[in-house]
Write a new protein. Structure first.
Length: 124
């Protein structure tokens, strides 16, 4: 098992796919990293040699990934909230930020519909 940026990569997957287990690395960046490190992207991670793993580590270090990327993203969101931009206010209200409708969907962010207690009907 290869360990890069404190993430245990899945050994039964191809190298370019296994690299996507690292936050901030997708399919295209995984392929690019394999190409730059001169590692066969279709080789399984469990079959990689120590030299290949260290070459991959060196290439991944060139990019902002994992904790640094998460921290940077959170700081960007905080900055938008502080300057009261439209996106920032949507984040504060815990609503969808990117223009989605809220009248029918967005339950994952807003939560389940709240039931308001009914008033008792007075009989005549």
């Amino acid at each position: 098992m290869a360990r890069i940026k404190n993430i245990e990569l899945p050994g039964n997957k191809h190298t370019e796919i296994g690299l996507t287990a690292i936050y901030g690395i997708g399919r295209s960046l995984g392929t690019q990293i394999c190409k730059d490190a001169k590692v066969d992207p279709t080789k399984k991670i469990k079959d990689l040699t120590e030299d290949e793993v260290s070459a991959l580590r060196k290439e991944v270090d060139k990019y902002i990934v994992e904790g640094d990327l998460r921290r940077e993203t959170q700081l960007n969101i905080k900055a938008k909230m502080e300057i009261n931009s439209y996106e920032g206010t949507r984040h504060k209200k815990n609503l969808p930020v990117r223009g989605q409708r809220t009248s029918r969907n967005a339950r994952t962010r807003k939560g389940r519909g709240k039931v308001v207690a009914n008033k008792k009907k007075v009989g005549k």
